[in-house]
Design a protein around this ligand. Structure first.
Ligand code: SAH
Ligand code: SF4
Ligand code: F3S
Length: 442
């Protein structure tokens, strides 16, 4: 068992976990291959946030049920692994390892068991007090890096599996976060994204006892780091000092993802979100009144049990009031173990689809308007790559917008020279619903 293939589903926390798992496997002497066919060990790092996401891993496993899987070892990691546990062995008997994210520190021992021929290895306990850190993380991108600052979630939103799949909250010490950031800065990384299901409830477990905004301010001082973002924020724990920190330090990106889920107080209460529309709007006002032009993005769930037409209208009116820069919207999906299963008045699938289409249409119009306001401005842009098909460089602004642009002096990457990873000022010349286009300024 010497080669491995890993496929990752779900959120950025999963993407970063896979970077840590990959680094651990490489250190254990495995080499990474690009296709499952070439691999001795196949790992799926799974997501369970909606039913569709959960089904993906079973489709994948299905493909290898017969001869195609001979001689291969299969591992299911991540949120479906934690949720389904040993039931996965019943459903897909060719799987040998089932492990949730709280157990990855034990990965080397689990690999030894697999190599010894054990066909039912599990890592499912939540007894880890510590967060999973490894010096071997193998990052996918040489310029932008993720750092997990808090794992798990102590909230109990009625629709959400995360508290069950990732366990209770555990924060890293500020000192270890800063040490990792400092190393990344010395290695040439310039862009850092702090990760957690609820970064606002970050609390340094060391005597220093830093809260999230204190950590943010310290992150803004790390040598070599030009941009710091964070996700996800929970409105209940979002304090004004976070906005003040962004105002005080240009390294902190002027973008906040603050998922609202619904514009209706009745639905918010049934979702157990622990804030009202007014509470939420107060936070939006802090951002709108900030010195910096902060872009605001959100998540919306439509068709939560009992969502009336009036509740739904309240969500639409919230979209109009806030004028988000971008929104991820989803149809409510029933999830195992969650308290929303007990609610009555589940909304028919067709109606959920109708509401989703309306939200997306409404938000699209808002984005066209918001993005058009940026035409003529000059934005500092981090270059992420080059699109051969369009002949444009692909950039990202501090506000997290994609800005594709032409560059007269550098029409494209040349042998041994690319602009990827560098920062350039770009004038916005055109705007669409999902991205901007422009020209580099000298
Ligand atoms: N911790 C973050 C995000 C969690 S998951 C937060 O608290 O906001 C990302 C998004 O998926 C959520 O914001 C929510 O909009 C969506 N989501 C979570 N559970 C869902 C479900 N059962 N059905 C539909 N969407 C869901
Ligand atoms: Fe899920 Fe709510 Fe925790 Fe976010 S805050 S991960 S939505 S339970
Ligand atoms: Fe999915 Fe787990 Fe992330 S359920 S969204 S991979 S925390």
């Amino acid at each position: 068992m010497h080669t491995f293939y890993i496929e990752t589903f779900g959120c950025q926390m999963n993407a970063h976990d896979s970077e840590k798992v990959t680094g651990t496997l490489l250190t254990e002497g495995y080499s990474q291959v690009e296709t499952p066919e070439q691999a001795d060990l196949i790992l799926y790092n799974t997501c369970s946030i909606r039913d569709k996401a959960e089904q993906k891993v079973f489709h994948r496993l299905q493909q290898f049920k017969k001869d195609a899987g001979k001689g291969k070892v299969f591992a299911v990691l991540g949120c479906v692994a934690q949720q389904e546990g040993e039931k996965i062995f019943e459903r897909a008997p060719h799987v040998s390892l089932v492990a949730g994210s709280a157990s990855y520190a034990k990965l080397p021992q689990m690999l030894v068991q697999l190599q010894a021929g054990n066909r039912r290895v599990t890592g499912l306990s939540f007894d880890a007090e510590e967060t999973f850190e490894t010096p071997f993380t193998r990052r996918d991108n040489p310029h932008r890096a993720y750092i997990t600052i808090i794992e798990g979630c102590d909230k109990a939103c009625a629709y959400c599996v995360v508290p069950f799949t990732r366990g209770p909250e555990r924060s890293r010490t500020g000192e270890s976060v800063l040490r990792e950031a400092g190393e990344l800065g010395r290695m040439g990384y310039t862009d850092i994204q702090l990760l957690g299901q609820n970064v606002n409830s970050y609390r340094d477990p060391s005597p220093a006892g830093w809260d999230f905004s204190r950590l943010l301010r310290a992150m803004g001082e790390v040598e070599g780091i030009r941009r710091v973002r964070f996700t996800t924020s929970h409105p209940r724990d979002f304090v004004k000092d976070i906005i003040d920190a962004i105002d005080d330090n240009p390294v902190l990106c002027n973008h906040v993802h603050l998922p609202v889920q619904s514009g209706s107080n009745a639905v918010l209460a049934r979702m157990r979100r622990m804030y009202t529309r007014d509470d939420y709007m107060r936070r939006i006002d802090w951002m709108k009144n900030a010195r910096r032009n902060i872009s605001i993005t959100s998540d919306i769930i439509v068709g939560f049990p009992g969502e009336s037409e009036a509740d739904f209208e309240a969500t639409l009116s919230l979209l109009d009031t806030v004028e988000y820069d971008s929104v991820f919207s989803f149809k409510y999906s029933k999830r195992p173990n969650t308290s929303a299963l007990e609610l009555e008045d589940h909304i028919p699938e067709e109606e959920k689809s109708r509401r989703l289409a309306i939200v997306q249409e409404r938000q699209r119009a808002i984005q066209i308007r918001r993005n058009a306001e940026l035409v003529g401005t000059v934005e500092e842009t981090m270059i992420e790559g080059f699109n051969q098909a369009t002949g444009q460089w692909i950039g990202r602004t501090s506000q997290n917008r994609t800005l594709n642009f032409m560059h007269a002096a550098h029409p494209g990457p040349t042998e041994g020279e690319t602009l990827t990873g560098s920062y350039l000022n770009v004038r916005v010349t055109r705007a669409g619903p999902n991205s901007l286009a422009g020209e580099a300024v000298n």
